[in-house]
Design a protein around this ligand. Structure first.
Ligand SMILES: Cc1cc2nc3c(=O)[nH]c(=O)nc-3n(C[C@H](O)[C@H](O)[C@H](O)COP(=O)(O)OP(=O)(O)OC[C@H]3O[C@@H](n4cnc5c(N)ncnc54)[C@H](O)[C@@H]3O)c2cc1C
Length: 384
């Protein structure tokens, strides 16, 4: 049976990033994915500029739009737009974006086995056995980057009891009558109870449109998406693809590492509760996982310290996003469409969002500017 330094399960942004960094440093890495690439991934495809800044190569070749305008909507009539002056996000289709990231991992020397569904892992004292359909391999360490339904997490007994919500995503051809503002803005629809939002992100000839709602309201996702499309004035669009997906969020304390197995990205629940954005955290956790595995390989050590690295570097940002979500959606719930009128003149709020998305600031730093508000929100959130 083949033995690898690191076997990475899942070739999304978390897995391909971990693999690229490991292979660049000389480790023997195998990546497996159940899909054959390029593969579709239900996702808005919004790549915050801060995510791009983590990558050591340009992504221009897969960028379909650069967005500097946020448009908040409540129904069809209440609309507020803010232009950040320069892009805060770029829009991609995930099949092309993920294929590019994987191509970079291959160039660095990683090996790839697509079409290989991992069923279970078996952690032993000296290594980990990975069992997939028609394939088995051993590795000193395993990185589970296999998404929100992670088989690695299940098999290792990790990432249990996380907060869950669900999203519905459609890819639609842009009708000729689509307004310029829809073609160049990141459009976000509010007004869902108890929280949630809809989005329309521009691509070359398409819009990626979706809605995220908390668990318990997932039955409403399709109808909410149809209503949002109607509110955009685009009923009867040509829908090419529609797919639902679970989103899980780690709130702190849930185990995401053993001695020889770590979880990265969605497998570890590293999606924020304000925007449900996860690609930034997937890339960053992939880097942290690679760093810990390289240290462990060099010192004949273990990777359990990865959890501390995530706790120190990623969890404060996820915590801040959760507190901001509590305040933002709370205001939206209490004020309804008036929230847009209240928020419109609050230039510092819009600027904070743009700065965090660009990586010139962070949610944690921006929240730190309002310590009393943050403490009040934390007290409420922690009581729930
Ligand atoms: C509808 C929706 C819209 C979103 N929009 C955005 C957005 O606009 N911007 C943003 O930043 N985030 C967004 N997110 C979140 C983002 O999609 C994820 O956070 C991101 O894809 C996580 O990357 P990952 O590498 O951890 O996992 P994934 O991208 O899910 O990759 C996991 C990989 O593992 C493979 N896999 C799964 N199981 C197995 C198995 N058993 N064996 C082998 N391989 C397996 C899969 O085929 C897949 O390729 C959205 C999420 C949803 C659901």
């Amino acid at each position: 049976m083949a033995r690898w330094d690191v076997l990475v399960v899942g070739a999304g942004p978390a897995g391909s990033t971990a693999a690229r960094e490991l292979a660049s440093a000389g480790a023997r890495v195998l990546v497996t994915d159940r899909a054959v690439f390029p593969r579709y991934k239900a996702c808005g495809g919004g790549i915050a500029v801060r995510t791009e800044r983590l990558l050591p190569f340009p992504i221009e070749q897969v960028v379909e739009a650069a967005v500097s305008i946020v448009q908040l909507r409540h129904g069809a009539r209440q609309v507020v737009s803010k232009d950040g002056g320069r892009p805060f996000a770029r829009m991609v289709m995930r099949d092309r974006f993920d294929a590019l990231l994987m191509e970079k991992a291959l160039e660095a020397g990683a090996e790839f086995r697509p079409g290989t569904t991992v069923r279970a892992i078996d952690e032993e004292v000296r290594g980990v056995r990975v069992v997939a359909d028609g394939f088995e391999a051993e590795a000193a360490f395993v990185i589970g980057a296999d998404g929100a339904n992670s088989a690695v997490a299940r098999s290792a007994g990790l990432a249990q009891g996380m907060y869950e919500c669900a999203a519905w995503e459609i890819e639609a051809r842009v009708p000729a009558r689509t307004s310029q503002s829809l073609r160049e803005s990141c459009v976000l629809g509010l007004g869902y109870r108890p929280w949630g939002y809809a989005w329309a992100f521009p691509k070359d000839a398409r819009l990626s449109i979706g809605v995220v709602l908390p668990q318990g309201r997932t039955r409403d996702l399709r109808l909410a998406t149809q209503q949002f499309i109607g509110s955009l004035g685009l009923p009867g669009m040509e829908i090419e693809r529609a797919q639902g997906h679970k989103v899980r969020s780690r709130r702190g304390g849930e185990r995401i590492a053993t001695d020889r197995v770590v979880l990265a990205g969605d497998a570890a629940g590293l999606a924020d509760e304000f925007t449900q954005e996860g690609i930034f955290y997937a890339v960053r956790s992939g880097q942290l996982a690679a760093r810990e595995a390289l240290c462990a390989l060099a010192e004949d050590g273990l990777v359990a310290a990865y959890e501390h690295a995530v706790d120190a570097e990623i969890m404060p940002e996820l915590r801040a996003a959760r507190l901001i979500a509590y305040m933002f959606y709370g205001m939206s719930r209490h004020l309804g469409s008036a929230w847009l009128r209240v928020a419109r003149p609050m230039g510092f709020l819009w600027e904070a969002f743009f700065e965090a998305q660009r990586g010139d600031s962070s949610y944690a730093r921006e929240l730190g500017r309002a310590p009393l508000l943050a403490r009040a929100a934390a007290a409420r959130v922690d009581r729930r």
